[in-house]
Design a protein. Sequence first.
Length: 356
Amino acid sequence: MENKQKKIVLTGGGSAGHVTPNLALVPELLQHGIDVHYIGTDDGIEKTLVHDIPFHAISAGKMRRYASVKNITDIFKIFKGTKESKRILKGLKPDLVFAKGGFVSVPVVWAASKLKIPVILHESDYTPGLANRLCIKKAQKICLSFDTADARSERSILTGSPIRKDILDGDRAAGLASLSFSGDKPVLLIMGGSLGAQAINDAVDAALDTLTQRYDIVHLRGKGKLNPGLEGSDSYRQYEYMEDGLPDVFAAADIALSRSGANAIFEFLALKLPALLVPLPLSASRGDQILNAGYFEKRGYAHVLEQENLNALALVQALDALWEQKDEMVSVMGNSKEADGTSNVLNVIFENIGVQ
């Protein structure tokens, strides 16, 4: 009797951080002969990012942490999305649903639970977001990126966060050549997330004369945030963002300056790239980046500079301190259990669907 092909549904969306870890799993899943499908929304970023596997669209509401009439109307969207998910899952009959978070995952997980389809959740941040909190009780396993008290519960397992394999395949010489850097000075990579980080950009601009004496700098400033007044330096390259060639630029970098979103910092960990993290402040977030950064600093993977303390002088001093401890940090990161998040998560999936 021929073995039935295994089938998995991936879900997650609303931001790239809820999609790219899922996509990091796809090549290996396909290589193992698994039929992979994605459930997302038609108007979410997942629709534009998901390629090469079937995509199924549903409705999804968003529950906000503040009073809003949309919290009422979006409840109906969640129930509509659950009904749509149930119909899709009944047709697909997957062996497993893997949910990465974001509010599109809520109706999918709820529908899977009603249909008795096993669910694995993954949480990237130090503490779970609201969508995952609404799904936790319905999951058989919860993969965690951070070694918190929750990671030692019966259903939880410390995995780290999945990252794209191509990020690890960069070539330093190619990166230096693409940036027209000689390699004589250390390369500082600066990035502030998909939208950029104005506070980081402003501090870098103010300190640039000093920084370019020490480093060759590649700066991903965010959409619409280029500074035309900074053109012309042999030691400074600025981009809004970078789609092609980023693995080579990562390979060329010696240290990084960044926000502390989970995807970015776990890429740094896998690359063994020491970073100075400037977390998004509590006034602009639920505080997850502050907790992420604190954990990485405690583990010896990064240094932290709070945004309220960020200025030109503090930035230069903090980057110099990072450079002084670079070699020690690279060694610590090389011994991390969380660094190989992709393999760790795949092992949990394979174990739960009986794939060798």
